[in-house]
Design a protein around this ligand. Structure first.
Ligand code: UN1
Length: 512
């Protein structure tokens, strides 16, 4: 145990066998099967978590409904105070939780720490927000009338999160939802349930220390079938789901069927345009982290590099050289740059994508493949690769959650922008240029069609202060900063008459 996993698990309250259904401090034994969580880093069994069934889900939702009655009338700044304490509790276990995320999911320890920092950041943001849930006031057209709007808590928010950001994306949703007066039921990914469990322990401690009722923050565990409990449940007005476009469409249909709200953060197919006016050092570094960071398993990962023909060879050569220096191995060992994929299923998809794109005419500049031998026993370590391709190739149009970078060539900026936009997804995008006109065109209405568009920064690593999400098959939802909180509340328009008459709007006369 050279990385201190045992001590981290102990501090986070994770045993070898754990219940998985919780309304806060209380855990429900469902008698169901356990999910085994294996580390892609070394293939070892970390611990087991029991799955939720319909009966236990019922208990969770009834408890959440009860909790909502109390939580929604607590003043928002007081709810913010609870979130402030959660942020502090996270600060205390940053190293341990970062380690568990790294070990269970496979991202580097640095990125595991970064993920917990992202949670702390959103707590701070939410605390400030708890005093800023502003509505507008309007001028009434009628004399001695006042009009304004206010934002009220919505109810139970269902959160379905993905394995790649097993804790941060939950916190974007839950911390904002909490200050908004909502209660949350969270289904973490069945591929990283222990990270979810650890968060449940942290949050439950803070809630009980403040004598708050059970049910403000609940946990359920299982695969998509457990997710369906949430998406089909009329008592859950909002379902926020992160994952594949395929999953998002199913959630949207089920939630739409009952006219609920869904907030979707789905696949990306993000590109960086490198123009002839780029700062090449920044362009190469940005593309490198964007493409191989988190082993290509971010929804914001750079999947396409669209390079101007005049600098194409330079970019290609420098990138190939940089890939040659990448060290692949155990994510907890800080000398390694790239860790494993989440599981062998993901390895299969990676290999399949490479095979398919080559059959379509793609040319491997840096060869992919599965690593074998000492340190790679889990079978989840793959080589980041670069493939020269064309934008219309089926595989280039598709999001493969792995470190495969497609290199594409362009002549004019118009062409580059057209290529950037000519994919079904619309999450993140970037341009590398020191030319002001190029940058502004890229950011204009004629430019990138994505929810995120950066200049001289890669496609990944967004800060929590902005709204996060994207267009088209990315699902259209916005989470995290800016005014994304509005999705977690219901808006009410109020008109008050303080006159002695009852004038009708639009000047309508109705006298008897
Ligand atoms: C995700 O991959 O689902 O912008 C979220 C980023 C991170 C969040 C990614 N802050 O890359």
């Amino acid at each position: 145990d050279q990385y201190g996993i045992k001590a981290a698990l102990e501090k986070l309250g994770i045993k070898s066998e754990n219940l998985g259904t919780s309304t806060g401090a209380q855990w429900i034994d469902t008698g169901q099967e356990y999910i085994s969580s294996y580390s892609p880093a070394d293939g070892a069994l970390i611990a087991k978590v029991q799955q939720t069934d319909q009966e236990a889900y019922e208990k969770v939702v009834v408890q959440a409904q009860e909790a909502f009655k109390k939580w929604k009338v607590i003043p928002a700044p007081q709810r913010g105070e609870i979130v402030r304490q959660i942020g502090n509790a996270l600060r205390e276990v940053k190293a341990e939780l970062g380690k568990l995320v790294s070990y269970e999911m496979g991202k580097s320890y640095q990125e595991g720490l970064g993920e917990v920092q992202e949670m702390i950041d959103i707590c701070d943001f939410a605390v400030g927000l708890s005093r800023q849930l502003y509505g507008l006031t309007m001028h009434s057209e009628r004399p001695s009338h006042r009009m304004y709007e206010q934002w009220h808590p919505l109810g139970i928010v269902g959160i379905i999160s993905a394995f790649n950001f097993p804790v941060a994306v939950w916190s974007w949703n839950s911390m904002i939802a909490m200050v908004c007066g909502d209660v949350c039921v969270w289904k973490p990914s069945e591929k990283a349930p222990l990270s979810g469990l650890a968060c449940q322990h942290i949050i439950a401690k803070v809630l009980s220390a403040n004598n708050l009722p059970e049910g403000i923050s609940a946990l359920i565990v299982g695969d998509y079938k457990v997710g369906e409990y949430l998406s089909r449940d009329r008592r859950v007005p909002l379902v926020s789901a992160t994952g594949s476009t395929r999953m998002g469409k199913l959630v949207a249909q089920a939630v739409g069927q009952r006219l609920g709200r869904s907030l979707l953060e789905l696949g990306g197919n993000n590109s960086i345009i490198v123009t002839e006016n780029a700062d090449m050092d920044i362009a190469i570094r940005g593309a490198l982290f964007g493409a191989v960071g988190t082993a290509g398993q971010r929804c914001t990962t750079t999947r396409r590099l669209i390079v101007q023909e005049g600098v194409y060879d330079e970019v290609k050569n420098r990138l190939v050289a940089a890939y040659g220096k990448l060290v692949i191995g155990n994510p907890l060992d800080e000398k390694n740059h790239v860790g494993p994929l989440i599981d062998q299923e993901a390895v299969k998809m990676y290999l399949n994508a490479i095979k398919k794109v080559k059959a379509e005419g793609g040319k491997e500049l840096v060869q992919g493949g599965v690593l074998q031998g000492e340190g790679y026993e889990s079978g989840c370590y793959v080589k980041p690769c670069i493939i020269e391709a064309e934008n219309h190739f089926e595989m280039v149009q598709h999001e493969t959650f792995a470190p495969i970078l497609y290199l594409l060539k362009y002549k004019t900026l118009d062409q580059a922008i057209e290529m950037q936009n000519a994919v079904p997804q619309g999450l993140s995008s970037a341009i590398m240029t020191l030319n002001m006109r190029e940058a502004e065109i890229f950011l204009s209405a004629a430019g990138s069609d994505c929810g995120i568009a950066n200049v001289n920064i890669g496609t990944s690593g967004a800060e929590i202060g902005g709204a996060f999400g994207g267009e088209k098959e990315t699902g259209g939802g916005r989470e995290s900063g800016s005014d994304a909180w509005k999705a977690y509340m219901r808006r009410q328009t109020n008109t008050i008459n303080y006159s002695t008459a009852l004038p009708l709007a639009q000047g309508i006369k109705f006298d008897i």
